[in-house]
Each structure stands twice: as structure tokens, then as C-alpha cells.
Design a protein around this ligand. Structure first.
Ligand SMILES: [Zn+2]
Length: 336
């Protein structure tokens, strides 16, 4: 897929080629609810009160927090992945758009915060908690950019497999990115050089992009980094554990000690946080590899708890991938 860019778009393309895709870190199947024993039946009331109709629909709310990072750049935190926003007279630039279900609310709130609608929108990857709002934003006038592989996942040209082995349906056409790239793309607006940098190899998915605001020194990692959590290696979208190691190593080449890091999920981070995650990824791989080399089965490897030393930092409350799940992905990758 090649798309011509006009000079008026203020964008210089480094390289183009064709494009990928919602396994959300919040998939409902990840949550196992333990069924409690039935309580004794309550006495029947003559006029039971109706259930309150105030509970919001899932993932329907606009972002709740705006973190001002300077030079017109903000991190927006809410339901789904973290958004990156650049405002200014040249046009509003947005990184990711969370869910389809909260896109209208997010758009309205961005209009309030930024005094306009996004002109440029870039997806860090295809997942529905990051790119699910594409159709809403595109219909409102945004030009949607993504890696070639992210587009292929969204269009269904390369189907993604979910954890149950089913195929994720393609997104409706209005959600499809219209500009794609392989080697990267630079945007020039509002005094910023904004560099979309593909991950060196498939990591979270096979279409991951990191986005660096050069002058402001702010890096959005997409889901190649979720602060202090074990990673979600979406193997059904081509993801690999080795890719996380390479993506973080690449990110650390770009960053310095004062760089502000926007994780795909979680609070604002620093280069030191990225380094801790890279050390964990490398250490976890080495720990599992040592067991593979000793001929251990997957069951024996999990039972040995090779990632135990990282659980305090990366296996906390915000994590939805357990150490056992991460060890399993690494084991399977090493056995390929
Ligand atoms: Zn994701």
C-alpha cells in the first residue's frame, strides 16, 4: 500500500510500504471470577427497588487525566491505552484513540482540551484499546497513520488469532489507516519533529511503532512497554519475546536520563524504568533458557518459578500477565 503525501500535510516520509492489529490487555477472558457460595435467599420485599441505571457501559468514558509534559505535548490517561496529544496552530496530532466505545467521549473531551479536532492520528499498533476509535476520529477529519502491518491486521488482510484460537474480525473500513509506512515516518508541526519508529522486530505485535517527540524529548512506547508489568506477547498477532528485548534496547538508544516515557499502559516513566524492564526481559529469557537446556518440560519449567525474582516489581496489581504466563511464552519461543 502506497499513499501519496502532499506537501501541505507537512510530513516527510522516510519510507513507505504496505501495513497490522484488540487483544486488549483488559480482555474479559483474563479475569476469572471465583463463584462464591450462594447466600441464603433474602426475604421477599413487597416493592423491590429497581436496579440503579447509573452504571456506565464498559469502556465508555473519556480519559480522566491530562498530564502536561511541556511544549504542547500531553499524556491522556483513561480507559484503554495511554494517548499522546500535541496541540498547536499547525494542527492537532494524536497518538492512539483507545476503544470504539469511548471514542466519541474522547473526541469531545479532546475538542475541549485542545480547542479543535485531531488532524493527524497515528496508531502504535492495531489493538482495539489503542486503535478502536479510528473510525470515529477519521470521520471527524483525522488522517490515520499506522505501520503497514498494523493496517493489514485492521483490514483483516492478515487475520489475528485471539487467545481462544478464534480469528479477530476485521475492523470496518472507516477505521482503516490511510497512510502506512514500513521504515518510519516523520511529522513536522507545531515546532516538533515527531518520529514514528518501528520496533526492530515483532514484539507486542508485528506492527509496533514507538513515537518520539524530538524537541520535547518525549517517547510514546505503545505496548512494547507497560510500566512495571510483565509484557503481553501477542503471538496471535506475530509478537515475540525477543522483540521486546530489541524494542527496549532501541528505545534506550533514543532516550536520555531526562526523557519522559509514555507507556502503553501505566503511569509516566523514565529511562531507568525502561532499563529495569529490559534487564527483566533479558534475565527472564536467560532463566527459562537455562531450564530448556536442561531438558525441562514446560510444566517443570513453570513449576521451577524462573521469574520469581521479578514478581515484586512486574507481577503486581496492575499486571494481567502472570510470571507463569510470561515464562510459558518464552519457553514456547525457545522451543520453536
Ligand atoms: Zn496492545
Amino acid at each position: 500500500m502506497r499513499t501519496l503525501l502532499t506537501a501541505s500535510m507537512l510530513i516527510s516520509a522516510i519510507g513507505f510500504s504496505a501495513c497490522v492489529a484488540d487483544n486488549t490487555p483488559r480482555d474479559p477472558d483474563l479475569y476469572v471470577h471465583v463463584r462464591e457460595p450462594d447466600p441464603p435467599a433474602p426475604p421477599k420485599l413487597p416493592n423491590p427497588e429497581p436496579a440503579p441505571a447509573t452504571a456506565p457501559a464498559p469502556n465508555s468514558q473519556a480519559f480522566a487525566h491530562v498530564v502536561d509534559l511541556g511544549q504542547g505535548v500531553s499524556m491522556l490517561i483513561g480507559q484503554g491505552g495511554n494517548l499522546g496529544l500535541l496541540t498547536g496552530n499547525d494542527g492537532i496530532f494524536l497518538i492512539d484513540d483507545q476503544y470504539a466505545t469511548n471514542a466519541a467521549a474522547n473526541l469531545a473531551k479532546i475538542e475541549e482540551v485542545a480547542k479543535g479536532k485531531p488532524k493527524y492520528l497515528i496508531n502504535t499498533h492495531w489493538h482495539g484499546d489503542h486503535a478502536g476509535g479510528n473510525a470515529e476520529f477519521a470521520t471527524a477529519g483525522a488522517t490515520v497513520f499506522a505501520s503497514e502491518n498494523a493496517r493489514k491486521r485492521l483490514t483483516g488482510e492478515v487475520p489475528s488469532t485471539n487467545r481462544q484460537g478464534g480469528v479477530t474480525p476485521a475492523s470496518p473500513k472507516p477505521a482503516w489507516p490511510v497512510v502506512t509506512f514500513v521504515s518510519g515516518v516523520d511529522f513536522h508541526l507545531n515546532g516538533q519533529t515527531i518520529r514514528a519508529i518501528p520496533a526492530p522486530r515483532p514484539a507486542h505485535t508485528d506492527g509496533d511503532v514507538m513515537i518520539y517527540f524530538v524537541e520535547a524529548d518525549i517517547l510514546h512506547m505503545g505496548d512494547t512497554y507497560m510500566k512495571d508489568r510483565y509484557p503481553f506477547v501477542d503471538t496471535g498477532s506475530g509478537g515475540t519475546q525477543l522483540g521486546f528485548i530489541e524494542a527496549l534496547a532501541k528505545a534506550i538508544e533514543i532516550t536520555g536520563s531526562s526523557t519522559k516515557i509514555i507507556p502503553g499502559h501505566g503511569e509516566l516513566a523514565t529511562e531507568a524504568d525502561l532499563q529495569a524492564a529490559l534487564d527483566m526481559h533479558r534475565g527472564a529469557r536467560a532463566a527459562v533458557e537455562a531450564l530448556v537446556k536442561r531438558g525441562k518440560s514446560l510444566e517443570e519449567t513453570i513449576a521451577a518459578k524462573p521469574l520469581a525474582q521479578w514478581n515484586a516489581r512486574f507481577g503486581g496489581a496492575g499486571s494481567f500477565i502472570t510470571d507463569d504466563a510470561y515464562a510459558t511464552v518464552i519457553y514456547n519461543e525457545l522451543k520453536k
